[in-house]
Write a protein that binds this ligand. Structure first.
Ligand code: URA
Length: 423
């Protein structure tokens, strides 16, 4: 077999055979297929797609390129959540301990932010002492003792995806549903979870801008999970406005702790409880009510133990940015629009995110929203507070927010429902 045969098959709109898929993924991982050949194949897939059997085989080949974790020795069922990424999406932070408090084991391998979307590991790293890197043995031990663990994926997990994702990032080949779905699912299946709930975000702040595209991605991922024996469910959820009030690493940790303490913004609480119920049902544990575990403090207990188990101090003060700037409402009326993408870009420019993988993030940087779409505001009241360590960053953040806020004398905003659909 050779790479040109495989590229030409897909370029001409034909199905890749199982042998072609197995060979090309293995040869690419070993360095036998060159980056430029894999980039050409990825572009042919972007243009001509893959059917369900091809995507399932492609995912399987990426899983087989590395190690697979095994949690079968645990005495609790495993269940995990994956979000396709958004602005202010800190849900993993309260969700993992909450679901563990209800009797499941949550092995959550998470990522870092890139561009305008935040990453769970960057958020948790704003807690003094907390570390993201654990060996598989340490991960298993935290899972056994605490019930929930959030850490970075080791380099041995789906190495074919690691290499291919980096290549897609620089060759304009990220935006392909079969490639995105197989990339996400290869890591989640290799992670060894028994059940998986996918939170597929829709709207300006998400990867998928329309409900139709999000539905197609969700259906593809659910089919891959099901084909691999993982009980998989997807929710399509709103990302046309930021989730909650805080956007930025330490700011979002503080908001997640508020939720665990029984408070927090209503949308964050509602989505956390909805996803918790789905994760528990997928794991066969639907008798437990996660609202009770929030109310009685048991989710907070698991959070504190989870942070300590990874070297963090749950009582340490969180970092605060040195400078802040508040934007006020220019008129009285109803806040009918607060664009998620613009707020995400502003937080990124303030230092909460990174432009290149190797850049550091500023833990205290970000945006706090003082009003949510649908709320009445008065002229002069604070709308957004921008936080940064470097005041020179305010100007570009303010440019990003130009046109992002809409206030109308009356009326209600045209927003997506928080939970749009379940697949
Ligand atoms: N996240 C991933 O892990 N892979 C993709 O292809 C896109 C988003």
């Amino acid at each position: 077999m050779d790479a040109i045969d495989v590229i030409v098959t897909k370029r001409d709109g034909h199905r890749l055979s199982p042998q072609q898929i197995d060979w090309v993924i293995d040869a690419y991982t070993r360095g036998e297929v060159a980056d430029e050949q894999m980039a050409a194949l990825a572009m042919a897939i972007v243009l001509n797609g893959m059917d369900r059997a091809e995507v399932t085989r492609w995912t399987e080949a990426m899983i087989r390129s590395g190690e697979r974790m095994d949690f079968s020795a645990l005495d609790r069922p495993t269940t995990d959540k994956h979000s396709t990424g958004g602005v202010g999406d800190k849900i993993t932070l309260p969700l993992a301990p909450l679901v563990a408090a209800c009797g499941a084991a949550v092995p959550q391998l998470s990522g870092r932010g890139l561009g305008h979307t935040g990453g769970t590991l960057d958020k948790l790293e704003s807690i003094p002492g907390w570390r993201a890197s654990l060996t598989p043995e340490q991960m298993l031990s935290v899972l056994r003792e605490v019930g929930a663990v959030v850490c970075a994926a080791g380099s041995g997990l789906a190495p074919a995806d690691r290499k291919l994702y980096a290549l897609r990032d620089v060759t304009g080949t990220v935006e392909s549903i079969p490639l995105i779905a197989s990339s996400i699912m290869s890591k989640k299946i290799a992670e060894g979870t028994g059940a998986l709930v996918l939170d597929v975000k829709v709207g300006s702040g998400a990867f998928m801008k329309t409900v139709e595209r999000a539905r197609e991605l969700a259906e593809t991922m659910v089919a891959i999970g099901t084909d691999h024996g993982v009980k998989t469910v997807a929710l399509l959820t709103a990302m046309d406005r930021p989730l909650g009030r805080a956007v930025g690493n330490a700011l979002e940790v503080a908001e997640a702790v508020e939720v665990l303490a029984g408070g927090g913004p209503p949308d964050v609480v509602e989505l956390t409880l909805t996803l918790a119920r789905e994760m528990l049902a997928a794991a066969g544990l639907d008798a437990a009510d996660p609202a009770d575990a929030l109310a009685d403090g048991s989710a907070m207990d698991v959070w504190r133990r989870m942070i300590r188990a990874q070297g963090g101090d749950p009582d340490a003060p969180l970092p605060v940015a040195r400078e802040s700037h508040t934007l006020t409402a220019p008129a009285s009326g109803v806040l009918t629009g607060l664009d998620a993408y613009a707020v995400g870009v502003a937080a990124w420019r303030l230092g909460a995110g990174r432009a290149r993988k190797e850049d550091p993030v500023s833990p205290g940087a970000g945006v706090v929203c003082h009003a949510a779409p649908g709320e009445e505001v008065r002229a002069g009241q604070p709308l957004l507070t921008l936080h940064t360590d470097e005041p020179a960053r305010f100007e570009r953040a303010l440019q990003a927010l130009d046109g992002a806020i809409t206030i109308e004398p009356e009326g209600s905003p045209d927003l997506l429902p928080l939970v749009i659909d379940r697949i």
